[in-house]
Design a protein around this ligand. Structure first.
Ligand code: FE
Ligand code: FE
Ligand code: ZN
Length: 298
C-alpha cells in the first residue's frame, strides 16, 4: 500500500519532509512548499533537494507517489476580485514550477469559494483559471479536492467536480483528490464507498482519482463542517476507513493522513501502524500527554 501523511516543509525543505515521513514508517507523503496558510515561499535549495531525493531513493519512496498541496487561501473562483484571482493563478503557476523542480507530479488544489457569486459563474471562473494555469509546458497534474461544502466551497458534490474536470482542456493534467472527511461531511455515506466509486466512475472516470486523503470526521454525515479526526476517533469509524484504505480499485492511489495532532505530537506513526495491522488502537492518547477530552467528537 502507498501510505503517508502530510509533513512539514521547514528549514530543511524537502529533506525534512522525507525524514519526517520515514520516521512515521510511511512510503509517501504530502507537503506544502511553505506554510499552508500563506503564500510566502522561500527559494528551493538545490542541495537540500538533492539530498532529499537520494534519501527517498534509498528508502524506496517514489517521486510518482508524493503529493504537493497548494495553500488554502488561493481562490480560483473569485474573479469578481480580479487582482486576487490573477494572483491566485500566478501563484499556482509558480507553485507548479517549484514542484516540477523537485520532480513531484501532483499538486492538490481546493477548487475555491463562490462567495456572493452564483455557483455556475464560480465554476466557470475555476475552469478558466485552471485552463490558464495548465497552459504551459509543465507536466504537473492538478488534483482538485472533494470539499465538505463548508460556507461557499465549490466542489462539494460529484456534479461540481465533474463540471470542473470536464471543462479542462488538458485532460492529461487534471485529476481528483478524494478526502474521506470532506465526503462524509458533504453527505456521502462512506459505508457504501463502492457505490460512490461506481458513481464517480460513471460521471468522471475512476482513473482520475490520483490521491486519497484518509481522515475521520469530528462531525456527522452531511454536516458541511470539515473538521478532521484521528482514524477511528470520529463519526466515520475505523473499519469503514480501513475498508476504503484496502479497496482494490484504489490500490495504486497514494493515501495521505491529514488527521489532527494529539496535543503537540504527530500521531501518524501510530495511525499508519493501525492500517498496516488492520487493527484499531484505542489508546492513541496514551502515547502522548494529552487532555481528557481527546477522541471525543462533537
Ligand atoms: Fe485539502
Ligand atoms: Fe484533504
Ligand atoms: Zn479538510
Amino acid at each position: 500500500m502507498i501510505i503517508g501523511s502530510h509533513v512539514n516543509f521547514g528549514k530543511k525543505q524537502l529533506l525534512g519532509s522525507v525524514e519526517q515521513a520515514l520516521s512515521y514508517g510511511a512510503n509517501t507523503f504530502m507537503f506544502y512548499t511553505g506554510a499552508p496558510q500563506n503564500t510566502f515561499r522561500s527559494k528551493l535549495d538545490p542541495e537540500l533537494t538533492k539530498q532529499a531525493l537520494s534519501l527517498m531513493q534509498e528508502n524506496n519512496i517514489s517521486l510518482d507517489h508524493i503529493i504537493c498541496h497548494a495553500p488554502y487561501i488561493i481562490n480560483l473562483a473569485n474573479k469578481d476580485n480580479l487582482s486576487s484571482w490573477q494572483f491566485s493563478i500566478n501563484f499556482l503557476k509558480n507553485e507548479i514550477k517549484r514542484v516540477q523542480e523537485i520532480g513531484c507530479k501532483y499538486i492538490v488544489v481546493h477548487p475555491g469559494n463562490y462567495l456572493k457569486m452564483s455557483l455556475d459563474i464560480a465554476l466557470n471562473n475555476i475552469i478558466e483559471a485552471l485552463n490558464e494555469v495548465l497552459d504551459s509546458d509543465d507536466n504537473v497534474m492538478v488534483l482538485i479536492e472533494t470539499m465538505a461544502g463548508k460556507g461557499t466551497e465549490c466542489g462539494r458534490c460529484l456534479e461540481e467536480i465533474k463540471t470542473i474536470v470536464k471543462g479542462i482542456k488538458k485532460q492529461e493534467l487534471i485529476g481528483v483528490c478524494l478526502d474521506t472527511c470532506h465526503l462524509n461531511d458533504s453527505g456521502i455515506d462512506l459505508n457504501n464507498f463502492d457505490q460512490y466509486l461506481d458513481d464517480f466512475d460513471q460521471n468522471i472516470g475512476i482513473e482520475k482519482i490520483k490521491c486519497l486523503h484518509l481522515n475521520d470526521s469530528k462531525n456527522s454525515i452531511g454536516s458541511h463542517k470539515d473538521r478532521h479526526a484521528n482514524l477511528g476517533y470520529g463519526t466515520i469509524g475505523f473499519n469503514t476507513l480501513l475498508n476504503i484504505y484496502l479497496n482494490p480499485k484504489l490500490k495504486d492511489v497514494p493515501k495521505i493522513l491529514e488527521t489532527p495532532y494529539v496535543g503537540e505530537y504527530a500521531p501518524y506513526k501510530i495511525e499508519i501502524d493501525m492500517l498496516k495491522n488492520k487493527t484499531f488502537n484505542p489508546n492513541l492518547n496514551s502515547y502522548f500527554n494529552t487532555d481528557e477530552n481527546f477522541g471525543k467528537y462533537s
